[in-house]
Design a protein around this ligand. Sequence first.
Ligand SMILES: [Fe+2]
Length: 306
Amino acid sequence: MNRQEIDALVKQMNVDTATGPVDERVQQVVVRLLGDLFQAIEDLDISQSELWKGLEYFTDAGQANELGLLAAGLGLEHYLDLRADEADAKAGITGGTPRTIEGPLYVAGAPETVSFARMDDGSEEGKIPTLIIEGTVTDTDGNRVEGAKVEIWHANSLGNYSFFDKSQSDFNLRRSIITAADGQYTALTTMPVGYGCPPEGTTQFVLDKLGRHGNRPSHVHYFVSAPGYRKLTTQFNIEGDQYLWDDFAFATREGLVATAADVTDEAEIAKRGLKGPFKHIQFDIELVKEKQDAPSTEVDRRRASA
Ligand SMILES: [Fe+2]
């Protein structure tokens, strides 16, 4: 079949058959995607068995709750970031900390404190370096932003996230810090470790077929929001990790690479109330003022909450 015949067939089966109210947007998207799929079946001569394998794959990936991971791994989520960057540029929006992917592991409802939070539950003390993350939230003119909500989440020493890893305590390594008038936030936590897709999982299954690895560098996720500003979804990835620029989810971007400095100075250790050397990361955040008619940076997707 040629495209004209395909489009006519799709319309005949899915548009002309409507007998009830139609969601025009859903219809538009379904018709387009079906037409493109039929065309791909024609072009690539996809067999019936291959098609059913594909559908079975999505069933398995959905049951394993890995579709979010798949979207990251195949670059779909990064592509959406690039599109959002283009839309910002078109709307005349410049500056601000770069965005990067959210990933599938956010959990809403983390404990909230002002200016400072200890993020870890102490269960890995002595097993992994202590990390202090500090930064200032400003606008694009350098003015400090009061009342910004800095939501931070990261993995433990095994590369696992609380909530999804039931061996961790509730909200371990997940906090919301509200900035005071100085715009500062400080998180006392542990060094995150990079992680890979579950080796037996559905995402890794496809990556294997593509000859790709499924590893991420060590990183820390952020949502930063404040009244009158555009919500920022981002993360920093940590210098020195072998996957820094070889991230299977394509989240590392210029401006989002952080260096973990070793702090051994006794006075500094004492000032922080710590017992020994620690690592320190400075990650300042620049928020962009909300602009009318600019595309929203809020993404409506299903997220876990605890
Ligand atoms: Fe992550």
